[in-house]
Design a protein around this ligand. Structure first.
Ligand SMILES: Cc1cc2nc3c(=O)[nH]c(=O)nc-3n(C[C@H](O)[C@H](O)[C@H](O)COP(=O)(O)OP(=O)(O)OC[C@H]3O[C@@H](n4cnc5c(N)ncnc54)[C@H](O)[C@@H]3O)c2cc1C
Length: 444
């Protein structure tokens, strides 16, 4: 009977683990399937990045109860952890408290209604859900009463190409293109960028983080040059809300990047939509835009243009997604930067996340599709509400128990990565690429 089966949670990231904690609190059996070999596999890959959320905004309330019962050493609520701290001081102990409810090295490959593809109507309300996965021992199937997909978007970064597809030559030069914020504290990675000309594409907080870190390299290694490519037609509010941002560390990051740009360490090109990556005779990389502009040759490219959800695992279940953002249709208007562009996130729950396929939910970073403003707190509230619904507590499921911080920016950037380019660029921006001077270069 589906009612006696566990809930399968896909992904042991912050939101998947929070879902497991809420399910455990309600005494609902749960199996978490994690592709990596540890909790927080995706977060661990940006362990060198400092979060702009303080600890008080990164701990799920149900998880906190489980951790307290296990004698957890609570981090100082006002401190800002790095990705590594978030894993070591919260996600790993939480995973330990969840014990054998988590299976590692299990990559989910598909979700379906048992014995029925997405076209068949009969039995969708009564048959359990099957989850197909690859494990080291081979293929495995899990039966579930419900599936909570918290698999994030980290595995599918957006390409450099301005049309959302890889630019011509992008794949061929993949050895000199990074899609994540480089860890410049690592001597080998630092050596890769020191003294080089680097193009950074993207306008979100990952790009700002990379710029601030690369400017430090440039100060130490004077030959280092940073060329910042924005698809949007104007710099606009790309540096965020500053003091008006209710997450102070997020506002401060924007101000540090702005100061770096104003000191002339960064040259900024707006309105640049990459079409081709070619090479010069001496092997340097040349970026060309769709309108035929070529940039001066660079040695390395860092693409921080956001992430997108991998929906291939959900192709046999019935989802109602917004055609633009690939987010649940009822959630999309709350987060679409084309509509409200404030980069602010809105709390929501089971009402917005219910799909035509009964008991299948997409949550966490993945639920935001291509929108970029996701905060862990939002995900914790999503799974609190969904689990309350699964537990039959409809009143608690409908309640909103969260107030989220404002970014202090309207008409501008999203939070992490390149948001919809129309925000802050839009109708009135000059056509074609523009080299924009922000501040004045330092004289040597
Ligand atoms: C550089 C950076 C800085 C950030 N800073 C902040 C911040 O300050 N504050 C904040 O609130 N948020 C921040 N975020 C957003 C942050 O990523 C999310 O809040 C949080 O990690 C989202 O959690 P999640 O569980 O939805 O996804 P993830 O953390 O991505 O976890 C998904 C998990 O699913 C696993 N998985 C993926 N595919 C499969 C599969 N097919 N089968 C099984 N397992 C799978 C992955 O290995 C991973 O462990 C930041 C993000 C980035 C990239």
């Amino acid at each position: 009977m589906p009612g006696e089966l566990p809930v399968v949670v896909i992904g042991a990231g912050p939101v998947g683990l929070a879902a497991a904690a809420h399910l455990t609190q309600h005494e609902i059996p749960v199996v978490v399937l994690e592709a990596g070999d540890r909790a927080g596999t995706a977060v661990a890959q940006w362990n060198h990045v400092r979060l702009f959320s303080a600890w008080s905004e990164l701990i799920d309330p149900a998880a906190e109860k489980l951790l307290d019962a296990a004698g957890w050493q609570r981090p100082a609520p006002t401190a800002y952890p790095s990705g590594a701290d978030w894993v070591d001081d919260y996600l790993a102990p939480l995973a330990a408290a969840l014990k054998d409810r988590i299976r590692y090295g299990v990559r989910v490959t598909g979700v379906a209604r048992r014995g029925r593809d997405r076209v068949v109507d009969a039995g969708r309300e009564t048959e359990p859900i099957t989850v197909h996965a690859d494990t080291q021992a081979g293929e495995e199937r899990f039966s579930a009463r419900a599936v909570i997909d918290a698999s994030g978007t980290w595995m599918s970064p957006n390409p450099l190409g301005g049309d959302g597809l890889p630019a011509m030559g992008e794949r061929a030069h993949a050895d000199r293109i990074a899609y994540r914020v480089p860890n410049l504290a690592d001597a080998e990675v630092r050596a890769r960028y020191a003294g080089r000309r680097i193009a950074i594409a993207g306008s979100g907080h990952s790009a700002l983080t990379a710029i601030v870190a690369l400017v430090d390299v440039a100060k130490e290694h004077p030959g280092t040059e940073i060329l910042w490519l924005l698809r949007r037609g104007a710099v606009g509010a790309v540096f965020g809300g500053g003091d008006a941002d209710q997450l102070p560390a997020r506002g401060a990051l924007g101000q540090r990047a702005k100061a770096a740009a104003e000191a002339g360490h960064v040259r900024t090109v707006t309105g640049f939509r990459t079409s081709d990556v070619t090479t010069t005779a001496d092997g340097r990389l040349v970026l060309e835009s769709f309108d035929g502009h070529q940039l001066e040759p660079v040695d390395e490219i860092v693409v921080l243009t956001g992430f997108r959800p991998d929906l291939s695992t959900l192709s046999e279940v019935r989802l109602d997604l917004d055609p633009v953002l690939e987010a649940p249709r009822r959630l999309a208007p709350l987060i679409d930067p084309n509509v409200h562009s404030c980069g602010t996130v809105y709390p929501h729950g089971v009402a917005e996340l219910t799909q035509p396929e009964p008991n299948v939910y997409v949550v966490g970073m993945k639920s935001y599709g291509r929108a970029t403003t996701f905060l862990a707190m939002t995900g914790y509230e999503q799974v609190r509400s969904i689990v309350a619904e699964l537990a039959g507590d409809h009143e608690a499921a409908a309640r909103v128990e969260l107030t989220l911080p404002e970014t202090g920016v309207c008409g501008g950037a999203g939070v992490f990565d390149d948001p919809a380019e129309s925000a802050g660029g839009g109708c009135c921006a000059p056509a074609g690429p523009q080299l924009v001077q922000i501040g004045f270069p330092e004289r040597s």
